[in-house]
Design a protein around this ligand. Structure first.
Ligand code: PBG
Length: 330
C-alpha cells in the first residue's frame, strides 16, 4: 500500500484564532487611509438626507462644521468636499464656478481656518455648476476640451486660494493637469497637491452622487462617454495615468472601485506612486441598502475596503469612512 504523504504544511494553523489571523494579516485598514466625501450646500437647513445614500447628507456651513467635528473625533483626517449648487446659479458655462463670491470658496476658507490639521480635498470640475450637468463647456453640442480647461484653471486657483490642501481634477479633459499645474506654480501655489482622477470611467455607478448634486436630471439622457473612459479598457488607463503623472500629478486615482480592482492593481504596480481608489456612490448605496434590509452582514463594508488595500490602494474615498472609523474605534 502506498503511504499517503500527509500535509506537513497545514494552512489552517495560521487561521486558528483571531489573534493569530491578525498577526499574519497582509493588509490593514486604519483611519489614515480613509477619506470622507461630503456634500456642501447653501440652504437654510443644516443637514438634508440624500434618499439614495442612507446616512449621507447635504450640509450647509453650520452642518458641515458639526459633521467635521464628529469626523475628527472619529479619527478621520481627510475629507473631499463637493459643492451642491442651487439650480438658479447654474448656466451653460458654469459661470458660478469662477465667481469669487461663491459660497463654496468662502466656506472652504472658513473650514480651512477652523480645522487647520484637516486634509481638505476639493473637486475641479464643472458638473455641479452647469445647467446641462456636464463636466465641461458645451459648444456645438460637444464638450469643448481647451475652453473647459480655461475655466478649470481659474476654478483651481480659487480652490487653492481658499485653502484646499489637495485639488482633484475629476473632469477628464485632455491636458488639464499640466495647464493647472503651471498656472498654480505661477500664482504662488507650488506646494498644492494635485490628485488626478486619472482613470475615471464612464460608469453607471455614479447615479446617487448625481442625485446628491442635482446633475442627473440636468444630464437627462446624455452621458459622459466622450470624456470619461470606456469600462472595457485597461491599456487606456495606463496611458491616461502616464499622461497625468508626466503633466505633474502627485497622486492618481482609479474610479469606480470595486468593479475596477484590476485597474487599481495594474496602475499601482505599473507606476508605484501614491494611488487612491474611490468607492463611489452606487457602490455605497448597493452595500448599505442591502445591509439595511438585513440581506448582507454589515461587515461587508470593511471587507470591501480591505480588498481595496489588497489591490494596492494607498487611501480610499468612501462614504462609509465615518461609520467604519467609529466601528474600528470600538
Ligand atoms: C464629477 C464627479 C462625479 C463623481 C465625483 N466627481 C460624477 C460624475 O462623473 O458624473 C462621482 C462620485 C460618486 O459617484 O460617488 N465631476
Amino acid at each position: 500500500m502506498i503511504k499517503r504523504e500527509f500535509p506537513s504544511t497545514r494552512m489552517r494553523r495560521l487561521r486558528q484564532s483571531e489573534v493569530v489571523r491578525n498577526l499574519v494579516s497582509e493588509n490593514h485598514l486604519n483611519t489614515n487611509d480613509l477619506i470622507q466625501p461630503l456634500f456642501f450646500t447653501n440652504t437654510p437647513e443644516q443637514s438634508e438626507a440624500i434618499d439614495s445614500m442612507p446616512g449621507i447628507f447635504r450640509h450647509n456651513l453650520d452642518g458641515i462644521k458639526r459633521e467635521l467635528e464628529d469626523l475628527v473625533t472619529a479619527g478621520i483626517k481627510s475629507v473631499a468636499i463637493f459643492p451642491v449648487i442651487d439650480s438658479d446659479q447654474k448656466d451653460e458655462v458654469g459661470t458660478y464656478a469662477i465667481n469669487e463670491n461663491n459660497f463654496f470658496y468662502a466656506g472652504i476658507k472658513e473650514i480651512a481656518s477652523s480645522f487647520p490639521d484637516l486634509v481638505l480635498i476639493t473637486d475641479v470640475a464643472l458638473d455641479p455648476y452647469t445647467s446641462h450637468g456636464h463636466d465641461g463647456i458645451v459648444i456645438d453640442d460637444k464638450i469643448a476640451n481647451d475652453k473647459t480647461i480655461e475655466v478649470l484653471t481659474h476654478q483651481s486657483l480659487l480652490l487653492a486660494d481658499a485653502g484646499s490642501t489637495i485639488i482633484a481634477p475629476s473632469d477628464m479633459m485632455d491636458g488639464r493637469i499640466g495647464v493647472i499645474r503651471s498656472y498654480l506654480d505661477n500664482h504662488g501655489h507650488e506646494d498644492i497637491v494635485i490628485l488626478s482622477y486619472a482613470a475615471k470611467y464612464a460608469s453607471y455607478f455614479y447615479g446617487p452622487f448625481r442625485d446628491a448634486v442635482g446633475s442627473s436630471t440636468n444630464l437627462g439622457k446624455t452621458n459622459k462617454k466622450t470624456y470619461q473612459m470606456n469600462y472595457a479598457n485597461i491599456d487606456e488607463a495606463i496611458q491616461e495615468t502616464a499622461l497625468d503623472i508626466q503633466e505633474g500629478a502627485d497622486i492618481v486615482m482609479v474610479k469606480p472601485g470595486l468593479a475596477y480592482l484590476d485597474v487599481l492593481k495594474t496602475i499601482k504596480e505599473h507606476f508605484r506612486i501614491p494611488t487612491f481608489a474611490y468607492q463611489v456612490s452606487g457602490e455605497y448605496s448597493m452595500l448599505v441598502n442591502a445591509i439595511n434590509k438585513g440581506w448582507l452582514d454589515k461587515n461587508v463594508m470593511l471587507e470591501s475596503l480591505i480588498c481595496f488595500k489588497r489591490a494596492g490602494a494607498d487611501a480610499i474615498l468612501t462614504y462609509a469612512a465615518k461609520s467604519i472609523a467609529l466601528e474600528m474605534n470600538k
